[in-house]
Design a protein around this ligand. Sequence first.
Ligand SMILES: [Zn+2]
Length: 167
Amino acid sequence: MSPETKPEKKDSCFFCEAGKDPEKVIYENELFYAQLDRFPITPGHTEVIPKKHIDSLLDLTPEEWTLLQVAITETVHLIEALDFKKIYTEFADKPINEKSAWFCQQMLKHPGINKKPDGYNFGNNDGEAAGRTIHHLHIHIIPRFNGDVEDPRGGIRHIIPGMGNYK
Ligand SMILES: [Zn+2]
């Protein structure tokens, strides 16, 4: 990719800046912060993000992995205490853009809107081939609710269409 078409500078990006905004940050430790996704696919959809501009999960030191583990665990505890209905009503009323408003309105109709999650998908798109669009590590925490899809078996295997079900 040529420098003209590269979407962002190498040493700073959207996620570097978002970590400095106390309105967006729902959790932080020395190295990581968490924010709610403004284009949520399920209620409570959150990202855990390093404060430093680290590209890949494979670039983390053992110490950073430990802090990531703490960040994910603590963020899940926070998600379980959130009032999803209040959050997405506010997000839909003051959206960052039209697309975000639509996603947040979908959450208000979601079967999990008044529930605590029953499970989670944890995910990282590491590299453009894997679907990465912002080149700053972010781990998706995607809460799941019993009955949110007809047959959840296979989970993240469904990232390759048609290959999720091996039964
Ligand atoms: Zn960054």
